[in-house]
Write a protein that binds this ligand. Structure first.
Ligand code: THU
Length: 136
């Protein structure tokens, strides 16, 4: 993962925040998912008043990509914070999103997070060790 890709994906994730539907939390999250063929799918969080059906930005991006037939993923950038505020802290994927990543990605899949200053690159192995899987 070179610096150019990291910057590009972080910018795409930041842009995707504008499409967030988050009337309940006011917390806008954007994600940009890079596929092995170079295609990028973005997502933003979509909230529902009953809360449970809320979809995180990462899962929206994965759903869009998987529905289009993508199965080979390289990296995802995630950027989140108060809708009209500046990004000053990391937005690490929730546990459910980590499990979805685990469904489709190997341990070296990259997760790019930013506090608005320096992007940080982690792997799925870093953020979800000892993960459950059915080895199908
Ligand atoms: N959220 C995401 O979209 N991704 C994350 O990684 C963490 C949380 C969303 C869910 C909800 O709409 C809002 O952020 C506050 O939890």
């Amino acid at each position: 993962m070179n610096q150019e890709n990291i910057t590009f994906l972080t910018e795409k994730a930041t842009e995707a925040r504008a499409r967030s539907y988050a009337p309940y939390s006011g917390f806008a999250v954007g994600a940009a998912l890079l596929c092995a063929d170079g295609t990028v799918y973005t997502g933003a969080n979509i909230e529902v008043s009953a809360h449970t059906p809320t979809m995180c930005a990462e899962r929206v991006a994965f759903a869009r990509a998987v529905h289009e037939g993508q199965r080979d993923f390289v990296a995802i950038a995630v950027v989140g914070g108060p809708r009209d505020g500046v990004i000053d802290s990391l937005c690490p994927p929730c546990g459910v999103c980590r499990q979805v990543m685990s469904e489709f990605c190997r341990g070296d899949f990259k997760i790019i997070l930013t506090d608005g200053k320096t992007p940080r690159v982690l792997t799925l192995d870093d953020i979800l060790p000892y993960r459950f899987g059915l080895n199908v």
